[in-house]
Design a protein around this ligand. Structure first.
Ligand code: GLN
Length: 235
């Protein structure tokens, strides 16, 4: 359970065992979060949300286990911790992998099957503008214009795609054109969000803003839940 109050900035960790950590820290800081690296088990307990960056999921999996991070991460995800996974981070959040290493484990949480390196060798990396299902500000409780409209310029680097998604999974974006047209590349399920692409590489902060909103809402709910037993006592 996080120890921060709702009056302070949301503290959002970036899993920092491997991958592109710095860019995520910068994006989160720019959005008014307190962004911190997470490398040790006790640091997992101290965040209101977590980003799992792009990198190499097989290496990340090994290091997460070697640093005793697996148990606290799996537990906090099960408790409802908001987590955003980008690329290798999406693989880490998937319940099932296709084309994983035989011994590769994920943290899980998202009822999806991801296919690693799905776009194939010839199109290792590519960029495309995608339609994105931005959260409705009225639903998310955000007041005023969020600026979260219009397509996303998505950068894919040896990216996975979502091969199969369970009924509770909301599809946020699909590849629009080319041989992979229609493939799912952004999803949300409860407090878990994942993209096959890398929003941290450009100046567009909207995807991170979506995640910071999820973290803020979750914190509000948590503080409400903490207060309600006292209210019952005094009633
Ligand atoms: N192909 C990598 C993996 O399997 C992911 C690539 C990335 O995160 N840019 O983990």
């Amino acid at each position: 359970m996080s120890t921060t109050s709702t009056l302070t900035l949301p503290r959002i960790g970036v899993l920092a065992v491997q991958g592109d950590v710095r860019e995520h820290l910068a994006a989160l800081t720019a959005l008014g979060a307190e962004a911190v690296t997470v490398r040790r088990p006790d640091e997992v307990e101290q965040v209101d949300g977590l980003v799992i960056p792009g990198g190499e999921s097989t290496v990340m999996d090994k290091l997460v286990r070697a640093f005793d991070l697996r148990e606290p991460l799996v537990r906090r995800i099960a408790e409802g911790l908001p987590v955003y996974g980008s690329c290798a981070g999406m693989i880490m959040l998937a319940d099932r992998i296709a084309d994983g290493r035989p011994d590769q484990q994920t943290l899980g949480g998202l009822d999806i099957t991801v296919r690693r390196n799905a776009f194939g060798r010839q199109v290792d990396s590519f960029e495309q503008d995608l339609d994105y299902a931005w959260s409705d500000p009225a639903v998310s409780g955000t007041t005023g214009p969020t600026g979260r409209t219009g397509p996303v310029h998505a950068v894919f680097i040896r990216a996975p795609w979502v091969e199969q998604a369970g009924p509770a999974v909301q599809v946020l974006a699909r590849v629009g054109e080319g041989p992979a047209a229609g493939k799912i590349v952004a999803v949300r399920q409860g407090n878990l969000m994942a993209t096959s692409f890398h929003p941290e590489v450009g100046a567009d902060r909207r995807i991170h803003a979506e995640f910071v909103s999820i973290v803020r809402e979750h914190r509000l709910q948590q503080s409400g839940a903490r207060q309600s037993p006292e209210r019952e006592d005094t009633a």
